[in-house]
Design a protein around this ligand. Structure first.
Ligand code: G
Ligand code: G
Ligand code: NA
Ligand code: MN
Length: 249
């Protein structure tokens, strides 16, 4: 309850910040960063998104927090090399807010960040309700030039009808299947199949949670388009992000 009350003032008190985790084309080409929200609570310290985003959603605060996040991340990404993309996660509450797509395009205009460099990550849960409107929303984002990624693929509903009906550009395979990739034949078969399926549908595949060189090599060998995980880099605060970019440039 203390947490819940602090969440209401966290935005005004400037307590949110963003970390950025590299997205990499194998073996080591950085192509962008995923923005990950963090909350620095004045007494409780850093609180992870899994702990506060559900609360923010339940209290109707997520639309406002998500808007702050998107604008802040776009401003930050303006300072990056121009070929890097920016991936931002969307929660259901944001995606379902009336006028969401207008707000996205206004923010891009105001900040001066190109839509073509933006990827929005949604989970299947976002799409569960209001299918017609969801398709409209995704199509509108697509027409703006924004790319759509299906996040955490394989752990939720994994409905193939979503892949048939929605215009995803990219599928992110959940780290659950990457973790035991080298020991578990079933994970190998699933990941290989998702890559084939995605490529057949003209979508790219990103593997999440890549922690070892062996996993990265296996994924590269199977034609996985992008890698993300501690093997490449953990999420970085802005200072470390700029060091990281300088090293690579
Ligand atoms: O960074 P971390 O592994 O703690 O993230 C945990 C979860 O929180 C991830 O599933 C991620 O997608 C989600 N998350 C991180 N930042 C944001 C955000 O800005 N908005 C939403 N909706 N989810 C986020
Ligand atoms: O659901 P989503 O993929 O957005 O979650 C991203 C979260 O996963 C981030 O909070 C990040 O801290 C965490 N993460 C990123 N790379 C790795 C990794 O290689 N291993 C593990 N265990 N977690 C990771
Ligand atoms: Na995500
Ligand atoms: Mn993600």
């Amino acid at each position: 309850e203390l947490l819940r009350r602090s969440l209401r003032v966290a935005l005004q008190h400037d307590e949110f910040f963003i970390e950025y985790q590299p997205l990499v084309e194998p073996p080591f080409t950085v192509v962008g960063f995923e923005a990950l929200m963090r909350w620095r609570h004045p007494t409780l310290g850093i609180i992870p998104p899994a702990a506060f985003i559900p609360m923010a959603e339940a209290d109707g605060l997520m639309s406002e927090i998500g808007q702050w996040m998107f604008e802040e991340a776009c401003r930050e990404a303006l300072t990056w090399p121009v070929n890097y993309s920016l991936a931002v996660n969307l929660s259901p509450a944001e995606f379902l807010t009336p006028g969401f797509t207008d707000r996205v395009s206004q923010t891009l205009d105001v900040v001066g960040f190109p839509a073509e460099r933006v990827e929005l990550e949604i989970t299947e849960g976002v799409l569960l309700e209001r299918t017609i409107n969801n398709l409209d929303t995704l199509n509108t984002l697509n027409v703006l030039g924004i790319q759509i990624s299906l996040d955490d693929f394989g752990t939720e509903y994994s409905s193939l009808s979503y892949l048939k009906n929605f215009p995803f550009d990219n599928i992110k395979v959940d780290r659950y299947f990457i973790r035991d990739l080298l020991q578990d034949k079933k994970s190998q078969t699933i990941v290989r199949s998702v890559i084939t399926l995605a490529h057949g549908l003209n979508m790219r595949v990103t593997a999440e949670g890549v922690e070892t060189a062996q996993q990265a090599a296996w994924l590269q060998g199977e034609g996985c388009d992008r890698l993300q995980g501690y093997f490449l880099s953990p999420p970085l605060d802005v200072d470390r992000l700029h060091d990281f970019i300088k090293q690579r440039a």
